[in-house]
Write a protein that binds this ligand. Structure first.
Ligand SMILES: Nc1ncnc2c1ncn2[C@@H]1O[C@H](COP(=O)(O)OP(=O)(O)OP(=O)(O)O)[C@@H](O)[C@H]1O
Ligand SMILES: [Mg+2]
Length: 249
């Protein structure tokens, strides 16, 4: 069953159609990838899905309701949470307090919010850092904190915008099982990701956005071998050059 369905979403910025008639679906409990070259419109599409931007055209349904006109906090109450590509923790607060900001959505009493924040910190591997100032975290720690803040709202759907960007290969390897565990307890995930190793490892299904349009969609192995996708990443004629190269190998 579909948890979220976006239909023909568009968003114009002046003369630029940053998202152009994009549709996608996230099934209940699914783990779906959204890939595409820089500037493709991926983050803009996330903003439309989560309510931070209103679409110029199109519609978003979530958990059986039309949420197209709803602001982010209403969608959060329904169970949608996102992370931000540019992470901005409250630098002067501790890790515990930062995560609690998310937890207050379901736990208005401070003691409950803190307890819930501590459980989320354990889940994402920030347990030992609960008392640290957010500003003291490494890049990898901040990415985990961003994930934790979204997770603390107890979402049914988590939108992850490049949570692996800026991490080294061993940090990427460490966080992949965290994402898999979140999914295994029933949270659906839509992830924007440039780290292909993670996309191949984690995703059931991948959508490819280029120039604001969905150009391909399917299982990761199929999509990444699709000549249209290779061309979108590497430029016109790239698929043919690669095919010719492998024929000579
Ligand atoms: N608020 C805005 N006002 C004007 N143009 C914008 C705005 N936000 C994004 N854009 C433009 O829309 C296009 C899509 O940007 P977006 O950030 O959605 O791409 P992206 O796929 O997330 O890229 P990246 O992989 O680099 O994060 C870009 O050309 C960008 O400059
Ligand atoms: Mg982006």
């Amino acid at each position: 069953m579909s948890l979220m369905r976006a239909e023909s979403l568009s968003r114009r910025f002046g003369g630029l159609l940053a998202v152009d008639g994009a549709s996608l679906e996230v099934p209940e409990g699914g783990l779906i990838g959204l890939i595409g070259p820089n500037g493709a419109g991926k983050t803009t599409l996330f903003a439309l899905l989560s309510g931070f931007l209103t679409p110029s055209a199109g519609r978003v349904d979530f958990a059986g309701a039309d949420v197209t006109a709803e602001p982010p906090h209403r969608r959060a109450v329904r169970g949608m949470a996102r992370t931000f590509q540019i992470v901005q923790p409250f630098a002067g607060l501790t890790v515990r307090e930062n995560i609690a900001v998310g937890a207050y959505l379901r736990h208005p009493a401070r003691r409950d919010a803190i307890r819930s924040a501590e459980a989320v910190a354990e889940e994402v591997g920030l347990g030992p850092m609960l008392d640290a100032q957010a500003a003291a975290l490494t890049v990898a720690g901040r990415k985990r904190l961003e994930l934790a803040r979204a997770l603390a709202t107890e979402p049914r759907l988590l939108l992850l915008d490049e949570v692996l960007a800026g991490l080294n290969p061993s940090e990427v390897r460490d966080i992949i099982p965290v994402i898999r565990t979140i999914r295994e307890r029933g949270v659906a995930i839509l992830m924007i990701e440039h780290v292909m190793q993670a996309v191949m490892n984690l995703c059931d299904h991948v959508h490819v956005l280029a120039g604001g349009r969905m150009i391909a969609s399917g299982p990761p192995q199929v999509v990444t071998a699709d000549p249209r996708v290779i061309e979108a990443y590497l430029g016109h004629g790239a698929a043919a050059r690669i095919a010719a190269g492998s024929a000579h190998a």
